[in-house]
Design a protein around this ligand. Structure first.
Ligand SMILES: CC(C)(COP(=O)(O)OP(=O)(O)OC[C@H]1O[C@@H](n2cnc3c(N)ncnc32)[C@H](O)[C@@H]1OP(=O)(O)O)[C@@H](O)C(=O)NCCC(=O)NCCS
Length: 255
């Protein structure tokens, strides 16, 4: 730990590699930044994909120069979560051995990764996380974090079909938490596939089938998702820990 800045050594190495990140760490409350990179979400993905999760801890990470054009008007919570998501993404890129570059924003809010990279960003209360992988090993990656709190019953029907909830069973989670898990899985799939398809998906356009034993889920498509066949290799994994639900999906290139 650097006594003056309170930044952990690992983080400090990242800052040294990319000096402009260092200059953009601002404290909100006077508390020194104490950024610790959490890598537990690696378990959601096959080897080769790298993740990074950062806790907010009263720290605001300002956008990189390449991102500033997209953050005009962002304030408070939105600016903080955007910055922390991008900081997580840069940490994940560094773990992959890639430069910690700025990540602009696409027309539908999707992150625009550097050439040769696929990835995904998510935020939850007080933390953010990202996953990245190299093309062509990975075709798509999706990541989502949600609070491990039951989703209100009025939303269950919109998010899931009774069969999905039934397959999840009562052993792992209560129905309300189960629908939250299904919600997270579908958000992960949406974020993974959007860059490939540019197609909006509704919750009922896909079904997620969980296996509590293995911590995996599979995905099937219905409705308007015409090209779904090429996505049958989507692999999903989930974690429930520390008050958070985390889901990850990956599509590997097997050719
Ligand atoms: C984009 C969306 C998936 C974000 O999910 P969320 O759980 O609310 O929020 P998260 O914090 O987990 O993720 C937000 C991040 O997702 C990423 N994201 C946003 N739109 C995206 C898209 N079209 N494709 C890929 N990633 C996207 C961004 O990095 C964003 O963070 P940023 O704006 O700070 O960069 C959601 O808001 C949305 O637009 N959904 C519409 C489609 C949908 O939900 N269909 C049903 C599921 S199939």
């Amino acid at each position: 730990m650097d006594v003056e800045t309170g930044i952990s050594v690992t983080q400090h190495d990242l800052l040294a590699a990319r000096p402009w990140i260092g200059t953009l760490w601002l404290t909100m409350s006077g508390t020194p930044p104490n950024a610790q990179i959490i890598t537990v979400l690696d378990a959601l993905f096959p080897s080769g994909a790298t993740t990074a999760m950062l806790a907010a801890g009263g720290v605001v990470t300002a956008p990189a120069p390449e991102e500033l054009a997209f953050t005009k008007g962002f304030q408070g919570k939105r600016l903080a979560e955007f910055g922390l998501g991008r900081a997580s993404a840069r940490c994940a890129l560094q773990r992959l051995g890639q430069p910690a570059v700025g990540i602009p924003v696409g027309r539908n809010r999707e992150p625009l990764w550097p050439p040769g990279i696929v990835g995904s960003i998510t935020h939850a209360d007080n933390c953010a996380a990202a996953v990245v992988g190299l093309k062509p090993t990975f075709t798509a990656l999706g990541l989502d974090l949600e609070p491990a709190e039951p989703l209100e019953a009025s939303l269950w029907e919109r998010i899931s079909r009774p069969a999905e909830l039934q397959r999840l069973g009562g052993a792992l989670v209560t129905p309300g938490l189960g629908v939250r898990l299904i919600f997270s899985a579908k958000e992960s799939v949406y974020k993974a596939l959007w860059p490939l398809t540019k197609q909006f998906l509704d919750f009922h356009d896909l079904q997620t089938w969980f296996d509590a034993e293995s911590g995996c889920f599979s995905v099937t498509f219905s409705g308007k998702t015409g090209d779904a066949d090429e996505f049958t290799g989507l692999e999903g994994r989930f974690l429930l820990a520390d008050g958070l639900i985390a889901t990850g999906v990956s599509l590997r290139n097997h050719s």
